[in-house]
Design a protein around this ligand. Structure first.
Ligand code: PDD
Length: 287
């Protein structure tokens, strides 16, 4: 079955989906994106993802490529056309095509928009969840505006690659004070000695993950306390349980960090409980 992508107004075969060589996303990473889970044939937390898209666009002063309602229709259609029951959609908006110049192009330049969707295998995600992942820690060498979900992901790609080369699946960023910020493409959580969930405040230094936000609703439902505060690498390594969250996977347990086992070296019960409750509580939009 051939995949279909939406590119600047047209639904085209994925293999022919292209943007111009002078797209500012290509030349300056001048664009933003969203990744959103599709599960059991529904889109998970679409409202919050579109809210964040609006915020990212606003922070960079990029116009919406179309109305929010029209964009939701495009997303649903791309998901349908690709027969995605379990998987994700990806959307990217850039400042558009213009002669290469660092300053913004003239007002009225049309933003570029791309939407794709793909299926993922729930069995592979379940297997990863059962086994747990390994992580390494790396210095956080990104720019200060990591609260904006931009396509400027070179440091993140390099960190993930470093993790891979060390036999791990995620790189956890550490700030100059030795505190954990977030993963290369995930938010990081630990369970403290009281059984409370600890995660870094999202005001500065991390992306405010949508999974992170919905997990706050899940924790409230489960009666689990969340403590938003900074925590050090040492504290994380000595904690009962560590897990990471992202829209693509809800949460994955981290069983080893920098070669040291977390807890008893097996996936903890908290991430399991959260994963089980998450889908019921998250917003669901039919495709
Ligand atoms: N990444 N932090 C970073 C740096 C991320 O790139 C992501 C998501 C998150 C989690 O955000 P959310 O819960 O909204 O997915 C945190 C996506 C999945 C990606 O780049 O593929």
């Amino acid at each position: 079955m051939s995949r279909i992508a939406y590119v600047n107004g047209a639904y085209v075969p994925h293999s022919d989906a292209m943007v111009h060589v002078e797209d500012r996303g290509y030349q300056f990473a001048d664009g933003v994106y969203e990744v959103c889970e599709i599960r059991h044939g529904v889109i998970v937390d679409l409202t919050r993802h579109l809210d964040r898209l609006g915020r990212s666009l606003g922070e960079l002063r990029i116009d919406w490529p179309m109305s929010r309602a029209a964009l939701a229709q495009v997303i649903r259609r791309v998901a349908r056309m690709n027969h995605v029951k379990n998987g994700m959609f990806y959307l990217q908006v850039t400042r558009g095509v213009a002669k290469r110049d660092h300053v913004f192009p003239k007002a009225g330049t049309r933003p570029s928009i791309v939407v794709t969707a793909k299926s993922t295998d729930p069995k592979i995600i379940a297997a990863k969840n059962a086994k747990g992942l390994k992580a390494i820690t790396v210095p956080d060498n990104r720019w200060e505006r990591v609260d904006i979900k931009t396509v400027g992901l070179l440091p993140n790609a390099m960190a993930r690659q470093a993790a891979k080369e060390q036999g791990a699946q995620e790189a956890i960023y550490v700030d100059r004070d030795g505190n954990v910020t977030e993963g290369a493409a995930t938010n990081v959580w630990m369970v403290d000695a009281d059984g409370a969930l600890v995660t870094r405040p999202a005001e500065h230094g991390i992306l405010r993950g949508i999974t992170r936000t919905t997990l706050q609703d899940v924790a409230a439902r489960l009666g689990v306390e969340i403590r938003e505060r900074k925590f050090s690498v040492e504290e994380m390594k000595a904690s009962r349980e560590v897990f990471i969250t992202a829209a693509t996977s809800i949460c994955f347990p981290i069983v080893e960090i920098d070669g040291h086992a977390v807890g008893n070296g097996h996936p903890g019960s908290m991430s399991q409980k959260i994963r089980e409750a998450f889908f019921d509580i998250a917003e669901k939009t039919s495709i």
